[in-house]
Design a protein around this ligand. Structure first.
Ligand code: HEC
Length: 146
């Protein structure tokens, strides 16, 4: 119990934070895709804080973050299958007019995250990696997110 308790507390805090960020989002589709994006954001943050030297370099943690991004990115197409936009959503209607392009951008992120696992051997590799990741987020957000 001594080990499990802090882990559960941590998981609870993470859940609570997500719930606060998405207060008022009732549509399950919108909530699920926002939660998926938030998880991607958290994984990127893990790599970003390491890049800034705020946390110690940890290659295994980078690979775990990349695996998380890969898995979450793989689910973007199904998460955005339903054409639904609510007031809290930042999704643009063009997603459902250009589904192929949207899904291709998701695949670009998934592939990048997959192929970079195991390639980061030191802190100097983090900046270029973050640059590549950031560009894929931006290429989709700039067209499909308000
Ligand atoms: C294929 C397109 C696409 C890619 C790639 C993508 N996003 Fe998003 N992202 C979106 C869309 C669309 C939304 C808005 C969803 C909504 O509000 O309904 C969004 C929303 C978000 C949000 C806000 C979630 C919330 O709580 O409302 C974060 C954080 C985020 N993305 C991070 C990232 C990061 C970091 C990356 C790159 C590693 C990334 N995204 C890559 C399309 C994408």
């Amino acid at each position: 119990m001594k080990i499990i308790k802090p882990i559960m507390a941590g998981a609870f805090i993470a859940l609570a934070t997500a719930a606060i960020a998405h207060t008022g989002v009732k549509d399950p589709n919108v909530k699920a895709r926002m939660d998926g994006m938030s998880a991607i954001g958290q994984a990127v943050k893990t790599i970003g804080t390491m890049m800034k030297g705020e946390t110690a370099f940890d290659g295994a943690a980078v690979d775990a973050a990349l695996a998380e991004i890969e898995n979450r990115a793989a689910r973007i197409p199904e998460r955005f299958e339903e054409n639904v936009i609510t007031p809290k959503s930042e999704a643009r209607p063009t997603i459902w007019e250009s589904t192929d392009d949207f899904n291709e951008k998701a695949l670009t992120l998934e592939t990048l995250a997959a192929t970079r696992q195991g390639t980061v051997s030191g802190p100097d590799d983090l900046r270029p990696l973050m640059g590549e990741i950031g560009a894929t987020c931006k290429s989709c957000h700039s067209e499909y997110r308000d």
